[in-house]
Design a protein around this ligand. Sequence first.
Ligand SMILES: Cc1ncc(COP(=O)(O)O)c(C=O)c1O
Length: 393
Amino acid sequence: MTKLVEREKSALFPTYDRLPIGAVTKAEGVYITTDTGKSYLDAIAGLGVNALGHSHPAIIEAIREQASKYLHLSNLYLQEPQVVLAEKLERVSGWERTFFTNSGTEANEGAIKLVRKFFSSESKTEVLGIANGFHGRTYGALSIMDKPKYREHFGPFVSDAGVIASYDPNVVAEAVSSRTAAVFVEPIQGEGGIIEIPEDFVDALHELRERHNFLIVADEIQSGIGRTGRFFAYEHYGLKPDVVVCAKAIGGGLPLGAILTKKETADALKSGVHGTTFGGNALACAAGSVVIDLIEKTYMDNAAHQGEYLMKSLEALREKHPNSIRDVRGKGLMAGVEFTANARQVQQRLFERNIITNVTAGEVLRMLPPLIFERKHTDDLLDGIREAVETMD
Ligand SMILES: Cc1ncc(COP(=O)(O)O)c(C=O)c1O
């Protein structure tokens, strides 16, 4: 029988380079098992999706219970799981209104439409992102990004959209105007290499919003839902957004995203002007309800504690090996180690110890462990990085 890896090559688009660990046969808690018989400690959690680890029994039970009632209905129908999840999101984050989507990029598309509609009477249509950001793979999202890696050969992009060239307050002041409808920011850039939003940029953005009357959209797709030790990462930085987009962890492993905002902003999207077939799917919302409950009760605090330990230990390692480690960044369980070179070699050494991480933005080893990580898991991860660095030095 032809190997699965060969069958994949002749069946699927060649868009993904798979991790060289075989095909996954099972994933449970913080471990992933492959057809090689090996189990790996998962320190990337489905790129931030599996906040409660893999196959959490409470999520599976919620899906089972919902599946016994109905799966998909469409947004023609009133569905309790959507309402319950939106109410929970308001309880934990204070945002009054939710629009559910299928994915992160679709949440950003919806947010672009929302801000333009909100300002339609004033003809403000410009939407801006920040250099080095990541908002997704669809055209609106790509239009507020600048990295050639994601955009090359896909143009032309959406008009009246662009990127502020840096976080420098003077550059931002030059870039925005009374025509600006919104500035999209990631409180911590994830794909961009775990880069935290600078304080002077936040202050400048607030001041410029007062002057020009635009909306600030926080893209919390990777950083949100408790990962950084706060429900949304913007809370760490004093950022006061008008709209928040989230996805990944919110669906507990099923495809779900959301746009959150205040009532007066949400009211811009009246009945029929925006929609989605799958967004707010009942199974995904039922799973999401469990995620919010457990994150609020236990795992957001765990992310804060484990994260603090992880960051302190990584910082100590950097002080010991300044020639190999350039920087350590992040909050909670959203962490990055920037190496001077050979980040992929570190990732490879970690594979050899059965630990999964990933490398993004050149030389940054990124860690997005499940928020159920315990001290022993964090220690395994740290031991792996330590050993890799020692052999590289
Ligand atoms: C900050 C951020 N925004 C948007 C997206 C796009 O989300 P999705 O892949 O669900 O479309 C991602 C995905 O990695 C992300 O990290």
